[in-house]
Design a protein around this ligand. Structure first.
Ligand SMILES: NC(=O)c1ccc[n+]([C@@H]2O[C@H](COP(=O)([O-])OP(=O)(O)OC[C@H]3O[C@@H](n4cnc5c(N)ncnc54)[C@H](O)[C@@H]3O)[C@@H](O)[C@H]2O)c1
Length: 251
């Protein structure tokens, strides 16, 4: 069970953090993986990190918000490496500000990077999946897709939209034997959350609000991703799996 041998996976935004760990996890489950990030040097460094773990990853640097770059990147990967069986839409950013003061640019950038990108990359990757009648798309959502907190209105709106995009993809693409699901992480220790765990007050708030009373590690998302990428999830459609130490169910 959960064997991904013979499958090819692309993880967007996998130069570091959760994406890099998911790429490693999918590779350890047998998949051939392709790393994506904004620039060649970031992708190269991630591939080198994986090489030290005995994983020969492919690489494709492109901006997931740039439709033309996405088209070129996916087409090149499918031509030079292999058709994509698994897509993990992981790239994401934060631009924190109270909604009343948020610039239009910070709103737009976060919506484009966390939501529009999944549409653009998904739309390009699904063509081959439809033709082959097989594919898995995993959208990395967030606990904030349901529960916002002050200063992340752009991010919460994008992640909430990503849940509905996951369901929209499902209602259109499930009949082609493509399963689209989401993972909603709680608070996970990465560069993205550094401003939170390095602030004693915010750190204490997060630990106090999480029933598990701790932060999560990126490695703790691997099992969910491998499951949703595997044949064992062939009848799991439009689901969002929360991996959050219980934060979503606590008042
Ligand atoms: N860390 C958490 O607690 C947490 C919680 C819930 C959801 N998430 C989500 O998980 C995903 C990964 O988060 P992370 O914590 O690893 O963040 P991170 O900042 O460590 O990594 C994100 C990666 O995405 C890349 N990226 C950003 N914009 C891109 C673009 N336009 N094109 C290609 N790559 C781009 C960045 O260069 C970076 O390498 C994000 O979607 C994030 O919203 C994280």
């Amino acid at each position: 069970m959960f064997d991904l041998s013979g499958k090819t996976a692309l993880v967007t935004g996998s130069g570091r953090g959760i994406g890099l760990v998911l790429a490693r996890g999918l590779a350890k489950a047998g998949a051939r993986v392709a790393v994506n990030d904004l620039r060649d040097d970031i992708v190269g460094a991630a591939r080198e990190t994986l090489r030290r773990d005995g994983i020969e990853a492919a690489g494709a640097a492109f901006d997931v918000t740039d439709r033309e770059a996405v088209r070129e990147g996916i087409d090149r990967l499918e031509r030079d490496v292999a058709p994509l069986d698994i897509l993990v839409n992981n790239a994401g950013i934060h631009r924190r500000a109270p909604l009343a003061e948020m610039s239009a640019e910070d709103w737009r950038l976060v919506i484009e990077t966390n939501l529009t990108s999944a549409f653009l990359v998904g739309q390009r990757a699904v063509r081959g999946m439809i033709a082959r009648r097989s594919g898995k798309i995993i959208n990395i959502c967030s606990l904030n897709c349901e529960l916002p907190r002050p200063s992340i209105g752009n991010y919460a709106a994008a992640k909430g939209g990503l849940v509905l995009l996951t369901r929209s993809m499902t209602v259109e693409w499930a009949r082609h034997n493509i399963q689209i699901n989401g993972i909603a992480p709680g608070y996970i220790l990465t560069e993205m959350t550094k401003p939170l765990y390095e602030d004693p007050e915010k750190n204490a708030w997060i630990i106090g609000r999480t029933p598990a009373e701790r932060w999560g590690r990126p490695e703790e998302l691997v099992g969910a991703a491998v499951f949703l990428a595997s044949a064992e999830a062939d009848f799991v459609n439009g689901h969002v799996l929360f991996v959050d130490g219980g934060m979503r169910v606590a008042l």
